[in-house]
Design a protein around this ligand. Sequence first.
Ligand SMILES: CC(C)(COP(=O)(O)OP(=O)(O)OC[C@H]1O[C@@H](n2cnc3c(N)ncnc32)[C@H](O)[C@@H]1OP(=O)(O)O)[C@@H](O)C(=O)NCCC(=O)NCCS
Length: 153
Amino acid sequence: MSSLVLALPDDITDVTEFLRHVDLTLSGLDSPTVQIWIERDAAGEIVASTGFELSDDREHVLIRSVAVHHSAQRAGEGTTLALFALARAMEYGAQQAWLFSRRSGLFWQKLGFEPASRDELAHALASTHQVRLFVESGQLDREVAWTRSLRPR
Ligand SMILES: CC(C)(COP(=O)(O)OP(=O)(O)OC[C@H]1O[C@@H](n2cnc3c(N)ncnc32)[C@H](O)[C@@H]1OP(=O)(O)O)[C@@H](O)C(=O)NCCC(=O)NCCS
């Protein structure tokens, strides 16, 4: 995953299409508070993405948009993408990572995440686009939350 680059405003249409294809949340992708990195193949198609949104105090981070094109899954790329986002978030000083995942819990557990309270997540990251969308739409009640400390062990 050597060719991850920060997605710029001109990339957002392609990012949206990619994330729609892998069935991930699309809200707030064009917001300056959401950081997404992408990898494109030789033809210019996005094949991987990773990103996050920080809480206002930067103590908490919501990992989102971690996705690998279907054709490249189960080869370790997802792990690289997740660790990349966690490392960038730690550089911002984030101490606790959170995310929503209904389908990929085992993947996240292998990265040290544990089941968490949806409400605690929503409280810690109340200002983020994904939480606001899930609260407003009622989707929060159907989500599965995960968390992991980013403090040095
Ligand atoms: C989740 C996702 C990013 C994993 O990417 P990947 O490249 O397949 O993951 P890896 O190859 O690094 O897998 C790491 C481990 O997790 C396991 N794993 C991967 N996806 C899994 C899943 N959906 N459910 C259970 N285990 C999974 C792998 O088997 C592997 O286990 P191992 O180390 O024992 O061999 C990818 O399936 C994806 O893009 N899914 C669609 C988008 C999505 O749901 N993203 C997560 C929400 S942000």
